[in-house]
Design a protein around this ligand. Structure first.
Ligand SMILES: Nc1ncnc2c1ncn2[C@@H]1O[C@H](COP(=O)(O)OP(=O)(O)OP(=O)(O)O)[C@@H](O)[C@H]1O
Ligand SMILES: [Mg+2]
Length: 512
């Protein structure tokens, strides 16, 4: 019975469609496109759905919303469609998906369903061609939404699509490593040069104390999700890390891991190329949000040590004014000063932009000026130390693919308390990576001769001592201001090229 009813139903509709097709043919001949457009309007009027077209080109220019929809649908929603187009734009490192023409993609927003369709249609163009797309080929996305949901949903849904597309774009784009161009100034628009950032270091490959690693990851996540907290607390949305420790303990690797973890660009500031506080400020203004600003080996690129000593020396040179900085007044302001650097880290200028991590690294924390270290200046002081057993396990897995070996217990005993850097351990293992047992035996031999970490101690930052230096903390916002007192002359300890403090930069390997 039901089968017969269903047959009747379909027969009726087939007949209706036939009749409609017949009239359409006749009327189209008589009235041309007018009939089609009338039919389309009538069908749309009676349909429970509203349709929103998003053409690729509108007028002379491209349509930004079309691009957002394209990116949005290139995410998992589109790959769920049965029929997708797979593309990889030139020079990009990721594939993108888009629904094939006429394929319907369903999406759900706040529990309500909407549908997307992409269509490519031919339209004869009479005007000038503004794009690479052939003149007569037009593309559009059509959003189908229930009429009853339209007013309530359309605006917020489109906003959701735009936000999601922006974040997809951000995540999928290749990240950049910037370095400052020598002598940038107000007249030069570009102060940074960029290359693609492809460093393979991640928190998984980083050999260090697992608890500290987890702690740093959580700290970073909390930071990225902390927009409201920073706003509520009236603090700029930025975080400062000081990474310190002997050479080859993973400070630079940690910076790369942080950038990879957060998907941020890196601005690697070569401070010796910066000639004044105003240039430093200019560089800062030109950094983008969601970035890591790095000053490596700050003890080498800046003579920030022992302000008191600098003051005494300068006073000796110019006892009458107490200003003797070994330079003429004309020279004043042509160099980066400590106060300029402090202003960069947490003065008023540090708040331009947001979601920024500032990282300083040093091998000699004991040489840094206390003002740079005092509580609150850098949010975290992270000691990257000698290679201990858990770090060794990570290196063995990274370099030899070993999760376990019978020599591990012996290595655990031998490595305890030894001053050997992860870089050295890594190199030793890599040398014999084809023969893991030989690599581990070689390491054991070296560990037998390695000095004890007590003999080569890593200076830990003494927070109690730093509290005392609060008393001599400088007024950040006074940076760059001409100073006249003997005391302030000390604050302006100069930042000179690395050779200025008489110590060449150590590079890789352990110190001897
Ligand atoms: N903690 C670590 N985890 C994994 N690999 C490390 C680690 N430390 C060092 N290495 C290896 O040693 C190499 C040098 O490390 P890195 O440049 O990060 O050290 P650094 O602390 O920045 O040294 P420097 O103080 O000389 O700049 C890296 O390429 C990496 O392969
Ligand atoms: Mg380094």
């Amino acid at each position: 019975m039901q089968g017969a009813g269903s047959m009747e139903f379909w027969t009726f509709w087939a007949a209706m469609l036939g009749v409609l097709g017949f009239f359409r043919n006749i009327l189209s001949k008589e009235y041309g496109n007018t009939f089609d457009s009338w039919l389309h309007r009538a069908l749309t009027y009676f349909s429970p759905y509203a349709f929103v077209d998003i053409p690729e080109f509108e007028g002379a220019g491209g349509n930004e919303i079309y691009e957002f929809v394209q990116s949005y649908l290139s995410s998992s929603t589109a790959s769920d469609a049965q029929h997708v187009n797979l593309c990889r734009p030139k020079n990009a490192s990721q594939n993108t998906f888009s629904p094939a023409p006429l394929e319907t993609v369903e999406d759900t927003f706040t529990g309500t369903k909407v549908w997307w369709k992409r269509s490519v249609y031919i339209r004869q163009s009479t005007g000038i061609q503004f794009s690479d797309v052939p003149n007569d080929e037009k593309r559009k996305y059509t959003l189908k939404i229930r009429k009853k949901d339209r007013d309530r949903l359309l605006e917020p849904y489109v906003q959701h699509v735009v936000d999601a597309a922006k974040s997809i774009k951000e995540r999928s784009r290749d990240r950049l490593l910037y370095t400052n161009i020598k002598g940038s100034n107000y007249f030069r628009k570009k102060s940074w040069e960029a290359v693609p950032f492809k460093h393979p270091s991640t928190f998984d490959t980083l050999a260090m104390d697992p608890e500290l690693k987890e702690d740093i990851k959580n700290d970073l996540l909390e930071f990225t999700q902390g927009k409201e907290f920073y706003q509520r607390a009236g603090k700029p949305w930025k975080r400062g890390y000081l990474l310190y420790g002997p050479p080859g303990t993973g400070k630079s690797s940690m910076i790369a891991a942080i950038a990879n973890f957060l998907q941020y660009d890196i601005y690697d500031m070569e401070l010796t190329e910066v000639t004044s506080n105003s240039e430093l400020r200019q560089l800062l203004i030109q950094t983008t949000n969601r970035s890591v600003v790095v000053i490596e080996d700050i003890d080498c690129s800046a003579d920030l040590a022992e302000r008191a000593k600098a003051r005494k020396e300068s006073d000796k040179k110019n006892p009458e004014t107490g200003l003797g900085r070994g330079r003429s007044d004309q020279d004043e302001g042509s160099r980066v000063t400590l106060s300029g650097l402090l202003n960069f880290t947490d003065g008023l200028w540090s708040c331009c932009g947001s979601e920024r991590i500032i990282i300083f690294t040093t091998n000699h924390v004991e040489k840094l000026d206390k003002a740079l270290l005092r509580a609150g200046r850098m949010d975290r002081h992270i000691l990257m130390s000698w290679c201990e057993y858990p770090a060794f396990r990570t290196l063995a897995a990274n370099n030899l693919g070993l999760e376990w070996h019978d020599l591990f217990p012996e290595i655990e005993n031998a490595i305890a308390g030894k001053a050997i850097s992860p870089a050295d351990v890594s190199e030793l293992l890599l040398k014999k990576k084809r023969n893991p047992t030989a690599a581990l035996e070689g390491l054991l031999e070296v560990l037998g001769k390695a000095p004890l970490s007590e003999e080569k101690p890593v200076m830990k930052i003494d927070l109690d001592e730093l509290q005392l230096t609060e008393a001599i903390a400088i007024d950040d916002d006074a940076a760059d201001e001409p100073t006249s007192s003997a005391d302030s002359s000390a604050v302006e300890s100069r930042i000179e090229p690395s050779h200025a403090n008489g110590e060449p930069k150590t590079d890789g390997g352990t110190e001897n």
